[in-house]
Design a protein around this ligand. Structure first.
Ligand code: ASP
Length: 358
């Protein structure tokens, strides 16, 4: 009898033990499932500027050049994300490709100021930590988005400008170039054309509704670049880089380096990069407004982007667009201009590139 009791208690002990051993296994399966869920959501979206981009003004070969560069850029970021890299790294590296291309108004190919210089602006934001970095008015930093990243990660500040920013770039060992590096003939000709046209501006109206109307600004192709990404860990990031607007004066700074206007990212909502007539994007706090509508009004990314870009921005007198991705991987590419250079790619590698409205 004693033996039977002993055997019974032994088997009871063993079965309890096996069941406690099983518990961690069950937990592991849940974790793996969770990881697979988040893998399902990664994605990336880019823009290369919005404006009066019409099919009839574009040669087939130039259209192909734009598409090829958009594809090259987005694939760089997508690969980083597919390999488990961070959204912020994907954003930075993707923007580098466009900054190094003369096709876009960022880095090489930036537009000229009234004085015939190139003054570059950029910003980047991490949606997980809400850390951000921005630079404005730099003239010798090859890739301003890299400097924005350095400001975010290696300074106690969010925004640096002009000479100080360039000094910081040197101290951080970033690539410094002669200002002549940014010269492109096309952009210089645009400046000359604008100046020659001797624009007639209407006066600034201080009721806050009608800003001055400069037909050349309205009609210019903007060409800023931007990227928003969601990584496999569910983190969002966004970045924007630009030369600003042709013929800008007096150290003018647009929305691109302003966190909340041209760039915003928050894991709770979305990562957003804007392009367009910067003054209106600053006044409308466009990127943050989209995030706020999602956070406080519980709008979807699509609804929020539509509200801001199709309603609020044009009502104020602005024009342009945004690209964005939310924490679930939903993408928006909303614009109120004739076109916007854009591309998106999801976790399956499905690539979509667009230029014109339809
Ligand atoms: N938003 C930029 C600026 O105003 C221009 C652009 O998007 O191309 O500086």
């Amino acid at each position: 009898m004693k033996k039977i009791i002993l055997l019974f208690s032994l088997s009871l002990f063993l079965s309890c033990n096996t069941s406690t051993n099983k518990e961690p296994e069950a937990k592991q399966t849940n974790n793996t499932e969770k990881q697979q869920d988040s893998v399902a959501n990664f994605g990336i979206v880019i823009h290369g500027g919005a404006g009066t981009i019409l099919k009839e003004n574009m040669s087939d070969s130039l259209e192909q050049e734009y598409k090829a560069k958009l594809e090259e850029a987005i694939k760089v970021g997508h690969k980083i994300l597919a390999n488990g890299g961070t959204a912020i790294e994907a954003v930075q590296r993707t923007i580098n490709i466009m900054e190094n291309s003369p096709l876009f108004n960022a880095g090489k190919g930036a537009v000229f100021t009234n004085e015939g210089k190139n003054e570059l602006d950029a910003s980047i934001m991490d949606g997980q930590t809400l850390n951000a970095g921005a630079v404005s008015g730099v003239t010798t930093v090859k890739n301003p988005i890299n400097l924005a990243w350095e400001v975010m990660g290696n300074s106690e500040h969010v925004m640096l400008s002009g000479k100080g920013a360039e000094q910081f770039a040197k101290e951080r060992g970033l690539e410094i170039v002669d200002p002549g590096y940014f010269y492109t003939e096309n952009r210089f000709k645009s400046l000359e054309r604008l100046k020659a046209k001797n624009t007639k501006k209407t006066e600034l109206d201080h009721d806050g509704k009608t800003a001055f109307v400069d037909p050349f600004i309205k009609d210019s192709k903007f060409g800023t670049v931007g990227c928003a990404a969601l990584d496999k860990n569910g983190n969002l990031a966004a970045g924007t880089s630009t030369g600003g607007m042709t013929n800008k004066k007096w150290g003018r700074i647009g929305d691109a380096p302003i966190i909340g206007a041209g760039t915003y990212a928050n894991n709770k909502t979305a990562a957003i990069s804007a392009t367009g007539w910067g003054e209106f994007f600053i006044r409308g706090v466009v990127a943050y407004d989209i995030s706020a509508l999602m956070e406080y009004k519980k709008m979807s990314l699509a609804q929020a982007a539509k509200e801001v870009i199709q309603k609020k921005n044009p009502e104020l007198g602005g024009s342009g667009g945004i690209i964005a991705i939310d924490h679930q991987g939903n993408v928006s590419m909303e614009f109120n201009t004739a076109g916007m250079y854009r591309a998106k790619m999801n976790k399956n590698g499905k690539l979509e590139i667009g230029i014109y409205k339809n």
